[in-house]
Structures are given as C-alpha cells and as structure tokens.
Ligand binder design. Structure first.
Ligand code: NAD
Length: 485
C-alpha cells in the first residue's frame, strides 16, 4: 500500500465545517492518500484569549506535516485580533499566493467565456509589512517594503510555474512610473529573470491600465505576477469576473510549508444551511494534491468536478434558471462529484496533471552579493512636525542649523518641494521633510554629524519626528528627488 501523506486540516468557522466535510469526502472517495491531523483555528481560539487565532500546539502540527488545508475563518470584530492568514503566511514564509481564475462557460454565467489565467501574488512584503505610524497630529504613514530577495523569489516562482504548467506568457504589473525605487526594483528583477526564460513571452503593464485590461480582456493574460497589494485586489477581481468568487481556490507556497484554501470567507450569512458551494475549497485541495505528489488523484477529482458543473448540478450561488439542471446543497453537490469520479468533462477542457511532474524548486540563492555593494551616506532627511507659518519661514529658520559640512538642500511637504522657491498654491500639512546634504565631496556622513544636526534643530525649537539616511549604492542615489526638485 502506498504511503499516506500527513496533512494538517482546519475546518474553520461559518460554512467552513460544511465545505470541509464535502471536500474531505470527495478526496477520500477519490483515493487520496492522506493522513489527516485536525487543528482548531479561528473564532473560538480568538475568543478564548489567543489574539492570533491559532493555538501554540497547532504550529507543531503545521511544522510536522508542512501541508495545511484550511477552511475560511471568521475574524472577530474589534481591535486586538490579528489576521490569522497574515500571521500564518508571514510566520511560515509563504511567499507565493497562487490563484488560478478560470471561467466555465457556458455552464457558469460569465462575461468572459475564454478566461484561464493564474495570478501569482507576492505574499509577504509591500504595504503588508504592517509598519504604520502616526507621525504628527495630521499625518499617518505605512511603510512599503520591497526587497530584492522577495522580488527574485516571487518572479522566479511565476516563471517556473509557467514553464512547468505549459503557460506561454508571464505579465508583470507595477506602478514604477510613480514608485521608481520600490516598484522599479520589482520590474527590474522581472526583466532580469524573464531574460532567463526566452521560451516564455513576457510583458509589463503599469498596474492601472493593466488592471483595466485584465477586467476587460482577461483572455489576453496567462500568468500575472504582482506585488502584494495589487495582487490582493486584482486576484479578487479576476476571480469574480470568472462568474463567482465562490469557485476559486488558492495556494500559499513557502520554502518549507504550503497552505491551501478557498479564496472566499466564512460566509456567516449562509452558515449551517447546507447551501454553501464547496468548490473553492475543493480547488484548493486539488492544488494540494499536486503539491504533495498525488497528481493522479488531483486529476480524477478535478475532472469529476468539471463534469458535475457541465451536468448542471449547481449550488445556489451559481444556479441559473435555464443553465442549471439541479439545485444542489453542499452535501448533495459533494455526492454528485463523488458519483462522477472517473468521468471527464465533455465540453470544458479536461484537467491534466502530469504524473511524473517536475516540482518547482523553492531553494533560494541570492543573485547579488550585497556585501560587495559600496554604500556611502551623503545626507539625511529630517522630518519635522511644525505648524508655525509659511515654508519660507521654516526654511530661513532651518538654514541656521547648517554647519559642520551639512547644508539644507530643500524642504518638501507631502513630497512636493516648498523651499526654496515653492509655489504659494501648494497645500501644506504639519509634516515637513527637510533634506540636508553633506558638502564634503566623496565623504560618508558620520552618525555624530547627524546627531549634531538634530541637536542644532532641537536648539531652534523645532520638533524632529524621524530621520532617514540618504545613501548611495555603488555611486547610485538610493533616494528619490522631491517633486519639483
Ligand atoms: P465572504 O466571502 O465570507 O462572503 C461574501 C458573500 O459571498 C456572502 O454573501 C456569502 O454568502 C457568499 N459566499 C462566500 N462563499 C460562498 C460559498 N462557498 N458558497 C456560496 N456563497 C458564498 O466574505 P465576508 O462576508 O466579507 O466575510 C465573512 C467573514 O469571513 C469575515 O469574518 C472575514 O474576516 C472572513 N474572511 C476569511 C477569509 C479566510 O479565512 N481566508 C477570507 C475572507 C474573509
């Protein structure tokens, strides 16, 4: 008898237990070789005083099995509760979120009959680092962190996914016309890695027009790779326009552990009524079967599901008079898939998972030896909270902090240069970025010089709220210019 693969399973909240039950029954009937360990996550765990929604012993199971099939959970309202998904993704380093979005025309109503794309979303970085501050009475900030290793891992994953799944094109979305450094890095790494895959087409779109094209002509896309925030939003858009968010599953892949789930939430409005669609979770489970080396079972399950949809056995969320033949509850839909195990779709494309498939290598080696990069501090941005008058008044006052080889270069307010030579129309808040540069050609600024500058600014009765060093890397400036500079 073939060995069973240990898998951690959480039934979650709301419709979670119902759709998990249907999913596990289908997997069992299809002959999936699973050794299931159940863990408790979600509302009950949160309300028992655990702010992360997952008990400490559950981590032991996840570390042991390295595979997690997770039903949706309810995050309790109110402060203090941390998102379980974000915690699990970040703690276990699940850097890639993979979400296939497929339409099932003519069996599920959709405006986009030939859509079949996969969104590969970076899962750990970007604005989701969760580093936010209220810096002044009027201004709040959220740090957007993009790293070279993070970009390399996700972009390579997207190209490897395309190669192994016989996809023809990888598209990248960023906003690098505005965020030249952070999104610029993502785009640059995309171009570098794309060059290693000449057999796969590649293209880049600015995310705004890219998103418009994705919503309008999704059939033109194949694999789409994006930083975290754009991926979060656009993977929901892509899933929705296939006809229903209730159908899509997703995989969260890390070097050590992987998590599989439906993309929808716990749907408390329909929980307990046996009417929820288990298809999203089932699709997550199909991806899990491929991941754990049971593509034979994945293929049997996926094709039985396609046949069920073709036969018009539909749950309420996708049921349409004239298109559907039988309105099925969660259990009955599960039974209908089980009855069709071994059958294939007649109209829709058959699901094929190569049995001796090569797996995507997740081992990561840095492509750049960062210890060899020459770094020099050439200035410092000092941020002030100030409401004392015009930008010129602030500029004149700050000029007297010049000295010791450090000189005020400009002041910006919300990124726009307001001193010297600002425009009277520019709206100003209480948050000023004051850029001081060293005038010692070729020398790197010392920390003591920055501390000395802060003391002089403090002596002028001005309140500094943070500093940001301005560095060059191999002579290239590692900071953006002020708008209007
Ligand atoms: P939701 O996805 O739970 O529900 C949105 C709508 O879609 C509801 O009308 C619901 O009935 C319907 N729906 C969702 N899944 C369905 C299915 N399988 N079959 C039929 N209809 C379905 O989103 P929401 O209402 O915004 O969130 C509810 C709860 O879920 C919240 O507590 C939220 O935090 C949580 N949530 C969890 C996850 C997760 O665990 N991965 C993801 C999103 C939301």
């Amino acid at each position: 008898m073939e060995q069973k693969t240990p898998v951690t399973v959480a039934a979650g909240d709301g419709i979670g237990p119902e759709i998990m039950d249907a999913t596990l029954r289908i997997l069992d009937a299809a002959g999936a070789r699973l050794d299931i360990e159940k863990i408790d996550i979600g509302e009950r765990v949160y309300l028992s005083g655990n702010t992360a929604g997952i008990a400490p012993e559950a981590w032991d199971s996840l570390r042991r099995t390295k595979v997690f099939l997770k039903a949706p959970i309810t995050t309790p309202q109110g402060g203090g509760f941390k998102s379980l998904n974000v915690t699990v993704r970040k703690t276990l380093g699940l850097f890639a979120n993979v979400r296939p979005c497929v339409s099932y025309h003519p069996f599920v109503e959709t405006k986009h009959p030939v859509m079949d794309l996969v969104i590969v979303r970076e899962n750990e970085e970007d604005l989701y680092a969760g580093i936010e501050h209220r810096q002044t009475r009027e201004v709040y900030q959220c740090l957007k962190l993009i790293t070279r290793p993070g970009c390399e891992k996700i972009v390579r994953y997207a190209f490897e996914y395309a190669r192994l799944n016989n996809r023809k094109k990888v598209t990248c979305f960023t906003k690098d016309n505005i965020m030249k450094m952070t999104d610029g890095l993502f785009h640059k790494v995309f171009d570098e890695i794309a060059a290693e895959y000449p057999q796969i087409k590649n293209e880049h779109w600015i995310v705004d027009i890219g998103a418009a094209k994705l919503a309008d002509t999704p059939e033109k896309f194949d694999v789409v790779v994006m930083p975290n925030l754009y991926g979060d939003i656009l993977s929901d858009v892509a899933a929705q326009i296939t006809g229903s968010v209730g159908l899509a599953g997703s995989a969260n892949i890390g070097e050590h552990v992987a998590m599989f789930e439906a993309i929808h939430g716990s749907a408390p409005d329909i929980a307990g009524h046996n009417i929820a669609n288990p298809s999203g979770l089932l699709h997550g489970a199909v991806m899990m079967l491929v991941h754990i080396g049971q593509p034979d079972i994945a293929q049997i399950v996926h094709n039985a599901w396609l046949r069920t949809i073709e036969d018009g056995v539909h749950t309420a969320d996708i049921f349409k008079e004239g298109l559907s033949r039988e309105l099925a509850g969660t259990d009955a839909f599960g039974d209908a898939v089980i009855e069709r195990l071994g059958q294939r779709p007649e109209t829709l494309n058959t699901a094929e998972y190569p049995h001796e498939g090569e797996k995507i290598s997740l081992a990561y080696a840095r492509s750049v030896d960062s210890s060899q990069i020459r770094k020099a501090t050439v200035g410092v941005d000092v941020f002030l909270e100030w409401t004392g008058g015009s930008p010129d008044a602030l500029g004149k006052r700050l000029e007297s902090a010049n000295g010791g080889g450090v000189k005020l270069q400009m002041i910006t307010n919300r990124g726009v240069k307001v001193y010297p030579g600002g425009m009277p129309e520019t709206f100003c808040t209480d948050h000023w970025r004051c850029r001081f540069m060293t005038d010692r050609e070729g020398a790197s600024m010392e920390t003591a010089e920055i501390v000395g500058l802060l003391e002089r600014i403090d002596g002028l009765g001005l309140e500094s709220i943070k500093t940001e060093n301005l560095c060059t890397f191999d002579g290239e400036p590692g900071y953006s210019l002020g708008q209007g500079q």
